[in-house]
Ligand binder design. Structure first.
Ligand code: NDP
Ligand SMILES: O=C(O)C1=N[C@H](C(=O)O)C[C@H](O)C1
Length: 235
């Protein structure tokens, strides 16, 4: 598979290593200078990991050139529906995931199931914590937002999420911490007066995110349409 990397930072470089290990070819890497469309067109698929303010324009260039694109960039989801529409208008291919790691995608399923169970146990309140490295631009993390949305959809007594510590009962509080060198840790805790139930996913490196992104790229190569990580992993 021929791949164009849009964004060549921490994730772009980790993904390049995994691509080469799996005998794929990196035909172009693009940074802030922008995308050379002639080079982009040589790729079977593009992988985009940049910054929140850059992602939509990068996707638009891929759609225009009908190069299927996956993105893991977080903090831009206000424009997700617009991106889906543009992809469909251009008959191109698109996949976004707030987290590409297999472990986190399993964790997502556990989170939904736990939230459904907790409908019957109103004496527990729920809160979340995410911890990431200090270079991270967005808070809360895209993964924490996905986890919170899953709880809101499955637990009747929660209606929204907030970073604000002084929040209403119907809000889920997300504590977003920044510490040196942490690749990404997410916890959901249900607390009652007599005990706590806590589930945690701890990434030990960026390799899990990168491998998931490469699996998603392999899945998207040659495809049109809009997909999710659930389609890639058959979850
Ligand atoms: N979904 C997932 O599984 C994961 C998602 N992420 C997300 O991926 C994104 C990138 O993370 P990470 O690699 O750690 O960040 P980095 O800051 O290490 O890398 C981002 C790269 O994008 C470059 N860049 C900036 N603007 C543009 C542009 N317009 N076009 C192309 N490249 C550009 C930056 O260049 P410069 O250095 O010049 O600014 C930098 O090299 C973040 O949003 C993060 O939250 C991260 C890990 C996993
Ligand atoms: O910025 C990061 O590093 C990460 N970002 C993603 C997010 O916002 O959830 C995924 C992962 O946690 C690492």
């Amino acid at each position: 598979m021929k791949v164009a990397l849009i964004g060549y930072g921490k994730m772009g470089k980790t993904i390049e290593r995994i691509l080469l290990e799996r005998n794929h070819e990196v035909v172009a890497t693009f940074g802030r200078e922008g995308i050379d469309e002639a080079k982009l067109k040589q790729a079977d698929v593009a992988i985009e990991f940049t910054r929140p303010e850059a992602v939509f324009d990068n996707l638009a260039v891929c759609f225009k050139n009908q190069v299927p694109v996956i993105t893991g960039t977080t903090g831009w989801l206000a424009k997700y529906d617009e991106a889906v529409k543009l992809c469909e208008e251009n008959q191109s291919g698109f996949l976004f995931a707030s987290n590409f790691s297999l472990g986190v995608n399993i964790f997502f399923e556990i989170n939904k199931q736990l939230a459904r169970i907790m409908n019957a146990y109103g004496n527990y309140d729920v809160q979340m914590q995410e911890i990431h490295h200090t270079q991270k631009l967005d808070a809360p993390s895209g993964t924490a937002i996905t986890l919170a949305e899953q709880v809101i959809e499955n637990l009747n007594r929660k209606e929204g999420w907030t970073l604000d510590e002084s929040h209403g009962k119907e809000q889920i509080h997300i504590d977003a911490l920044r510490e040196e060198h942490v690749p990404g840790t997410h916890s959901i805790t249900y607390t009652s007066d007599i005990d706590d139930i806590e589930i945690t996913h701890t990434a030990k490196s960026r390799d899990g995110f990168a491998l998931g992104a490469v699996l998603a790229a392999e899945f998207m190569s040659g495809k049109t349409g809009v997909y999710q990580m659930k389609d890639v992993l058959n979850l």
